[in-house]
Every structure is written in structure tokens, then in C-alpha cells.
Design a protein around this ligand. Structure first.
Ligand SMILES: Cc1cc2nc3c(=O)[nH]c(=O)nc-3n(C[C@H](O)[C@H](O)[C@H](O)COP(=O)(O)OP(=O)(O)OC[C@H]3O[C@@H](n4cnc5c(N)ncnc54)[C@H](O)[C@@H]3O)c2cc1C
Length: 435
């Protein structure tokens, strides 16, 4: 100990807590600070926590599949005792309805490269396997108040099904589990502690000032501040060399009852990615059904300035848009007269792919731009950052010779340069939350 922590992680969401765990496991003295009252109270708590493997790049698919193995063995992955309550992974499968912007063939090629089990469904199989679904092709999504919204389907859809996908029942608890595991490896957490000023001193340390006037010095800072990440970069003076920008975007997820027959035989039905209508759906234990959006072109995006002042209540307008679309897909879905659901904030990167990287300021790292799709990847995000930090602090030039991560299950290599702040934008991205 030099009288200061080896690393300070700003943000105790699912990403920051995971980074803390992996840094602590490597023997670092880690301090996590969060302005909220506990772990996972930021955007993590609003997450739909869907665990799926469809991404637009091989690095993305390997990352999701390797992380998926952590969720399915969550307690042993964390090394937590039986008496600790842990988040539960529910294996429901995921139905990815055909959509030209995320071509089925491309995904299958990626799945084959990683050995991910999948099934190709034609329309008949889709209808048989998902009770109550209307397989109509309606693309492009239309505003729900337009006449075109009620146009007949132009043809029918098939789907790509991944049986090993699912969801985590309590994303906030998952972050708390990571924090608990990190603490067991010696990490410390300070809550209700906002970082308000960051300066690099001449001796190479970062000098962090908290809202209560106290200060912390450390050689390594990790920005894992979720939708507040852009603001944190700004006060630290980093970002000038980024080709990928990040910005907060408001989102809503609505809660209704599952359509009749959807949870057949007492089994939860699958999650569904429906870019054809501009929504995704996820089953919920107890017969619930979550409905989120996939940023269809016909809906205005809700970019915001400050996540602290955003309206975190669902609105009647968004509720109507998303639930009406789900009712198009499931004609027997009951549309409640009272809106219910939550609002949350994404930290959206220009190409909807996260930034896991160093910066041009020595000792300042970022795990940001998680774009509404990185809850599932939090286990590997922690490992990525710990490996990048370890190698860069030991003198490795990650910008010119990107660190390579080897997957524990697949043995496949993830080129961490694909999450660089200075990458060429991911041209394969769907430009939506689906990455
Ligand atoms: C509505 C919604 C649905 C989603 N659905 C899915 C999904 O189905 N599947 C999936 O994989 N992903 C999903 N995501 C995305 C996923 O939840 C996020 O990528 C992930 O939770 C981000 O975690 P984080 O730790 O980076 O951010 P956060 O959880 O926001 O944590 C950041 C923390 O930093 C703290 N902080 C910020 N600034 C400061 C400061 N200056 N000082 C101190 N503390 C600070 C905040 O208090 C906060 O706790 C969804 C997200 C939302 C909002």
C-alpha cells in the first residue's frame, strides 16, 4: 500500500462492480465510489437483463456467449456461499424474428464460429413454437396513430432461435452480488459519494474530489459511470481523441400480462427480438410480459442532457406505442388502460457498441457506451478492463497492439481493439439497442 488505492472505479453498477471484482482478484487494492446509496441503483436497476448471443460482430458474439456461461453458473462464478441470495438466470430461449438490418445468415455464420446452438424456424414452426404469435411481416415500423400501422402484413416471417438465451431476474441484485464478491477479494465501496472534480497531478496520480469536499489520490481511475460517463470524461478532460462518442438516451420498458397461452405448460415463453415492429419482449415470472423498444426510425429518440433530471416514470405515449406494437404481434394481448412500466437511461455509443479502453491520459480508463445492451456482458467487461489495465500499466501499447482476451469456455480470442475509443465505427451494427 502506498497510502492510496491502486485503482478507483467510479460507478458501482453491474459494469463497475464487475471491474472491481476482477481488479481485486488480481491483487489490486480497489476502491469503488458511487453517488447512489448502493450497488446497481443506476441504469442497471432498470435493465431488462436479457441474456442473448445475437450481435453483429464475432467479438460481440464471443463476449456474450462467454459471459452467458458466467450467468448460468452465477454463484460458483462469484464464489459466493449458499446462504447469500443471488440473481437467477432463467433459460427461456430467444426468438430473433427475421429483419434485414440484422441478417439471419450473418448471425448464423457467427454462431457457427462460436459453436452456439441455434434453430432456424420457418413461419409454420414459429407459429407452432410461440403460441398466439402473428407471424406477419410489417416492416418498416410505423407510428401507432398512423393509418399505415394497420396495413396488412406484406408476407410472413421466420426466426432464428437460440435455446440457451434467457434473462436474469434481478439486475440490481446481480450488481450487488458482483460487489459482494469484489468485497470478499478486498475491494472497498463508498456510497453516497459523488466525484465532482478530477485532476491529474504532476506526480502522475489522479486527484479526485468528492461532493463532501474529501479527496482521493490514485494512479488508476476507471470511468464506469453509465449514462453519466460523458460528463465524467468531461470533468477529467478526456475524450479529445475519441472517434466514438457517447450520449444518454431515455428509454421505457412496459409491463403487461403475457398473452394467453404464451407460457405454455407452466414454462416461461421466449424473449423475442422484433425489429419488424420495433420492439422486444421478455417474459417475467408470475405471468408478466416486458415490452421495450428497438429505436424504430418512425419514433423520435429521447436524447437527454442530464440523467439526474430525467423523468423516470413511464408515459402514456410511449406505453401506447410499444404495447400497441406488441398487440399487433400478439393479437390476444390485453392492452391495459393504465400505463405501467419503468423508464431508464442508456449510455449510447455512436455505433451502439461499448467502449472498453484506455484513454490518452495515462491511468484513466473507460467502460462506457454500453448502449442498452451490456448487462449481459458485464462479467467479461470486468475481465477486459482488468486485463487492459494490467497490461497497459505494465507498459503495453494497447492503441497500436490491442490486448487480446482468450475466452475460458471457447478458447476463442476477443480482439479488445474492437472496443477501442478510436475504432472505425462498427459498420455491421444494426444502429439499435440490439448492437
Ligand atoms: C431500460 C433498460 C433496459 C435494458 N435492457 C438490457 C437487456 O435486456 N440486456 C442487456 O444486456 N442490457 C440491457 N440494458 C443495458 C444495461 O442495463 C446497461 O448496459 C448496464 O446496466 C450499464 O451498467 P453500468 O454499470 O455501466 O451503469 P449504471 O448501472 O448506470 O452504473 C453507473 C453508476 O455510476 C454512478 N455514478 C455516475 N456518475 C458518478 C459520479 N460522478 N460519482 C460517483 N458515482 C457516479 C451512478 O450512480 C451509477 O450507479 C438495459 C438498460 C436499460 C436502461
Amino acid at each position: 500500500m502506498n497510502g492510496h488505492p491502486d485503482a478507483v472505479v467510479v460507478g458501482a453498477g453491474v459494469i463497475g462492480s464487475s471491474i472491481a471484482l476482477q481488479l481485486a482478484k488480481r491483487g489490486n487494492d480497489v476502491l469503488v465510489v458511487d453517488k447512489a446509496g448502493g450497488p446497481g441503483y443506476g441504469s442497471t436497476s432498470a435493465s431488462s437483463a436479457i441474456i442473448r448471443y445475437n450481435y453483429s460482430t464475432l467479438d460481440g458474439v464471443v463476449t456474450a456467449w462467454e459471459s452467458g456461461q458466467c450467468w448460468t453458473n452465477w454463484r460458483s462464478y462469484l464464489g459466493l456461499d449458499q446462504d447469500v441470495a443471488v440473481a437467477q438466470f432463467h433459460r427461456t430461449g430467444m426468438v430473433f424474428l427475421d429483419a434485414d438490418i440484422a441478417p439471419r445468415d450473418r448471425t448464423i455464420k457467427l454462431f457457427k464460429g462460436v459453436n452456439i446452438p441455434y434453430e432456424e424456424w420457418d413461419t409454420a414452426e414459429l407459429v407452432q413454437r410461440v403460441p398466439g404469435i402473428d407471424p406477419g411481416r410489417y416492416f418498416p415500423p410505423k407510428p401507432v396513430h398512423s393509418d399505415e400501422f394497420f396495413d396488412d402484413a406484406t408476407s410472413t416471417l421466420g426466426a432464428l432461435f437460440t435455446p440457451d438465451a434467457g434473462f436474469v431476474n434481478d439486475p440490481r441484485l446481480a450488481a450487488a452480488n458482483l460487489a459482494q464478491a469484489a468485497a470478499a477479494h478486498g475491494a472497498t465501496f463508498r456510497y453516497r459519494a459523488a466525484i465532482v472534480q478530477i485532476e491529474q497531478t504532476t506526480d502522475g496520480l489522479w486527484h479526485l474530489r468528492l461532493g463532501d469536499g474529501t479527496t482521493i489520490d490514485t494512479p488508476v481511475v476507471v470511468n464506469a459511470a453509465g449514462p453519466w460517463s460523458g460528463a465524467l470524461n468531461k470533468i477529467a478532460g478526456v475524450g479529445a481523441d475519441f472517434t466514438v462518442s457517447v450520449a444518454p438516451m431515455r428509454q421505457e420498458v412496459h409491463h403487461v400480462s403475457a398473452p394467453p397461452g404464451f407460457n405454455a405448460g407452466g414454462q416461461l415463453g421466449p424473449s423475442i427480438a422484433d425489429m419488424d415492429l420495433g420492439i422486444y419482449t421478455r417474459p417475467e415470472t408470475g405471468g408478466g410480459f416486458l415490452i421495450g423498444g428497438t429505436e424504430p426510425d418512425c419514433d423520435a429518440l429521447e436524447w437527454i442532457d442530464d440523467p439526474d433530471t430525467v423523468n423516470l416514470s413511464r408515459t402514456a405515449d410511449r406505453f401506447e406505442s410499444q404495447v400497441m406494437r406488441a398487440a399487433r404481434r400478439f393479437p390476444d394481448l390485453t392492452v391495459p388502460s393504465q400505463p405501467s412500466g419503468i423508464a431508464g437511461v442508456y449510455d449510447v455509443a455512436s455505433d451502439w457498441t461499448p467502449i472498453y479502453d484506455k484513454t490518452d491520459r495515462d491511468g484513466f480508463y473507460v467502460a462506457i457506451g454500453t448502449s442498452g445492451n451490456q448487462f449481459k456482458n458485464a462479467p467479461l467487461a470486468g475481465e477486459f478492463l482488468a486485463q487492459i489495465i494490467t497490461e497497459v500499466e505494465a507498459g503495453h501499447d494497447h492503441d497500436h497492439d490491442p490486448v487480446q482476451y482468450i475466452g475460458r469456455t471457447t478458447g476463442l480470442t476477443v480482439d479488445l481493439g474492437s472496443f477501442s475509443r478510436k475504432r472505425a465505427l462498427n459498420a455491421e451494427s444494426s444502429g439499435t439497442v440490439l448492437g
